[in-house]
Every structure is written in structure tokens, then in C-alpha cells.
Design a binder for this molecule. Structure first.
Ligand code: PLP
Length: 394
């Protein structure tokens, strides 16, 4: 089946109710299950027989979501978590179980990941090093010299839309026996399937495009092997970071329209990027779909369908923090909420949101100046988005 068809059907209900097949995924909220035979329950609890026993271990609606994600990523299995952060935590610990293991992560990674690795897990003893994943020669050298257990990379960085060459990085990791963990939240399997390129696993914050409607918090790891999925399920069983049943239902419902949403949202982002890059009130637009982007070539090679994601960032000419705050207040259609990937368009100001924990100097070192705003394109008509930016820029 082709991707679009899979998205509509994967994870569909596989059981009948008195001979009737439900067309939509049943929402099964049961927190535990009983059997006519106590021996059967015993065997299910002992993992000698497949089956449901306790919802923290597995439940049908969550499994349907996992099956849908596995199908879309071309993975043997996927494991769903309560949030993207819970998925990242589990994956890092799966590949780096030793308390003092060395783990590399992209220095451009999402702020929450940066804090989880740089503070929480570092305080627990993990030896975390943030590395430049855009300098492949230096990365190869460091992988060879320091031999980390894992490298965590996002395909498209936030907010400056730098594109990591996942194909080349997977090869470097493969050569050194390093597990490559790819956070593909911004890209979704519509743009790239990192497992096909050699990644050890793929993570999504399902809160973003998979859910897609701004009404669910969830995460998922698509695994390269059943063994890995078993390890992650076991982690989740005792960490308790299982995805809720309603959330799983909403994620599957979101996946049904993922292809169409991504197509439109990427097209809207491209239209806004094009327009703003020719606007004198804008200093610079960061979007890999623009021919002027230093990441256009790598993005063209990695995303063969000619779509470049639905997020972009731009700097407002001469704007300081106060000017950016007033710009966000003047927006009438685009909402200033700290997320992305929803069906409605959003802006985020890194200075007060994703990168608020960094000093102005640290932000400057990463190229995130005080005038930079991130935009996540929704499903609106592009002309309405452009009109809103036009009036808000004044
Ligand atoms: N990964 C990326 C790239 C993100 O942008 C985010 C959140 O914004 C996360 C992970 C964390 O996801 P969640 O908020 O679902 O825990």
C-alpha cells in the first residue's frame, strides 16, 4: 500500500462486535482485563500468551496507534508514550542504560530535550555532550574518538530550520556502532523515514503533526527491531509513562488526515516563506525550501517529494523584544501559542518560550537573535495568513 492509503487505514480495528466491523477505532478505557480461565490470565501475565491484562502494560487503542506509526515509519514495531519527552527519555535510556554512559546530542536540539539531557540525566551521571551535527568531518572524528552509546539528532532544527544530513550521519554512526536516535517530529514520515536510512529508532512528539489538532499530548518511538520495542515496553511498564487511551484514539484520528494536512501545511509554509523573503520589513527567512537556504541542497536530497516542512522562522528588521511582543499581539488569525504542527497557524517567540532558559549570549551563539519568530503553518488559505502578517508587521 502507498503511504497515503496506509495513513487512512493503518491501525484499523481488527476485531468484530457480534459479527459487525466498527469503521472507527474503538476507544477501550478498561484499566484491566479478566479471563474465564484463571490459567489464561496467569499465562498472559507471565508473557507466555499474548493478551491484555493491565492497561499500563498494553491496551487495544494504544496498540492501534502503535501499529499505525509502525506502518508509516516502516518499523517492525512502535511504542507509545505519554509525551514526546517521555519517548525521548525512554529511548536515550534504552540505548545508554549504564548510568555513566556517553551520549551525544545535537547542540541545536529542542529546549526540553536539551534540559532533560543537560540537566536531569547529567545530574544522574550520564555523560552528555552536545555536538555540531552539521559539521560531518568533526562529527566523524568525535564519534570515533569518544564512541558514545547513542547520538540524538532532530532532522530539522528549531527554530532556525537547519537540516541535518540524516543519511550521512546514519552512515557515520553505523560505521562506529553508535545508535542513531532521530527525532522526526518536524518532518513526520511524510517527509522522511529515518529507519530506511539506518537510524536505530525514530521519535515523534505526537502532540504535533500526528495528533495535528492541538488537543492531545503524546509521544512514540518507532523501533528498528522487536527486541528494542520489547525493551521500551518494559521501561514504560515500570516508568508508568504510558499513553492515555483517549490520546491514542485522537492520535490515530489525526494520522488519518496526516498526508493531506502535511501537504497543505508545507505548501502554506513555502508560500509564506517566499512572500516574507521579499518583504523589506523582514531581515531574514529561515526555511529549507528557499533556494537561498544553506540547507536547501541537503533537504532536496532527503525529502524527495519537494516538500520542506511546515515550520519556518524569520527575523523582523530592527525589532527588539518589545517590538516582537507587540507584533504577536497584533496578529488576528495566527495564534501565539508555544507549540507547532496544529491545523491552525501558530507563532512562537523563542526568547520567551523554547529558548527562554538560555542567556542572551547563548541564544546569540546559536544564531537566535531577539528579532526571530518561529511560524508553524496551519491549514488556512495562504492569502489570509499573508494578510495577517502584513497588518501585524505594520
Ligand atoms: N521533540 C521536538 C522536536 C519538540 O519540538 C518537542 C516539543 O515541542 C518535543 C520533542 C517534546 O514533545 P512533548 O511536548 O510532546 O513532550
Amino acid at each position: 500500500m502507498r503511504f497515503d492509503t496506509l495513513a487512512v487505514h493503518a491501525g484499523g480495528p481488527s476485531f468484530t462486535i457480534n459479527g459487525a466491523h466498527p469503521t472507527a477505532l474503538p476507544l477501550v478505557p478498561a484499566s484491566s482485563y479478566w479471563y474465564d480461565s484463571a490459567d489464561e490470565l496467569d499465562r498472559v501475565l507471565g508473557d507466555q500468551l499474548p493478551g491484555y491484562s493491565y492497561a499500563r502494560y498494553a491496551s487495544p487503542t494504544v496498540v492501534a496507534f502503535e501499529e499505525a506509526v509502525a506502518a508509516l515509519e516502516g518499523a517492525p514495531a512502535a511504542v507509545a508514550f505519554a509525551s514526546g519527552m517521555a519517548a525521548i527519555h525512554a529511548a536515550v535510556r534504552y540505548f545508554a542504560p549504564r548510568s555513566d554512559a556517553v551520549v551525544f546530542a545535537s547542540s541545536d536540539c529542542y529546549g526540553g530535550t536539551f534540559t532533560l539531557l543537560g540537566n536531569t540525566l547529567t545530574n544522574e551521571g550520564l555523560n552528555v555532550k552536545f555536538v555540531d551535527v552539521f559539521d560531518l568531518d568533526a562529527l566523524e572524528h568525535r564519534l570515533r574518538e569518544e564512541h558514545p552509546a547513542a547520538l540524538l539528532v532532530e532532522v530539522i532544527s528549531n527554530p532556525l530550520e537547519r537540516v541535518a544530513d540524516i543519511r550521512a550521519i546514519a552512515q557515520l554512526c553505523g560505521n562506529q556502532g553508535v545508535a542513531l536516535i532521530v527525532d522526526s517530529t518536524f518532518t513526520t514520515p511524510c517527509l522522511i523515514k529515518p529507519l530506511e536510512l539506518g537510524a536505530a529508532c525514530v521519535i515523534h512528539s505526537a502532540t504535533k503533526y500526528l495528533g495535528g489538532h492541538g488537543d492531545v499530548t503524546g509521544g512514540v518511538v518507532a523501533c528498528a527491531s522487536e527486541e528494542q520495542a520489547g525493551g521500551l515496553r518494559n521501561w514504560r511498564k515500570y516508568a508508568g509513562s504510558v499513553l492515555g487511551v483517549l490520546e491514542a484514539f485522537l492520535c490515530v484520528r489525526g494520522i488519518r488526515t496526516l498526508s493531506l494536512r502535511m501537504e497543505r501545511q508545507c505548501a502554506n509554509a513555502a508560500a509564506v516563506a517566499e512572500e516574507l523573503s521579499g518583504d523589506g520589513r523582514i531581515q531574514e527567512v529561515h526555511y529549507p525550501g528557499l533556494a537561498s537556504s544553506p540547507y536547501h541542497d541537503v533537504a532536496t536530497r532527503l525529502f524527495p517529494d519537494g516538500t520542506f516542512g511546515a515550520v519556518l522562522a524569520f527575523g523582523i528588521e530592527g525589532a527588539d523584544k518589545q517590538a516582537v511582543m507587540r507584533f504577536m499581539e497584533r496578529l488576528k488569525l495566527v495564534r501565539a501559542a508555544p507549540t507547532l504542527g496544529d491545523c491552525f497557524s501558530l507563532v512562537l517567540y523563542p526568547v520567551i518560550a523554547s529558548h527562554r532558559g538560555l542567556t542572551p549570549q547563548e541564544r546569540h551563539d546559536r544564531g537566535i537573535e531577539d528579532n526571530v519568530v518561529r511560524f508553524s503553518a496551519g491549514l488556512e488559505h495562504p492569502e489570509d495568513l499573508l494578510d495577517d502578517f502584513d497588518q501585524a508587521l505594520g
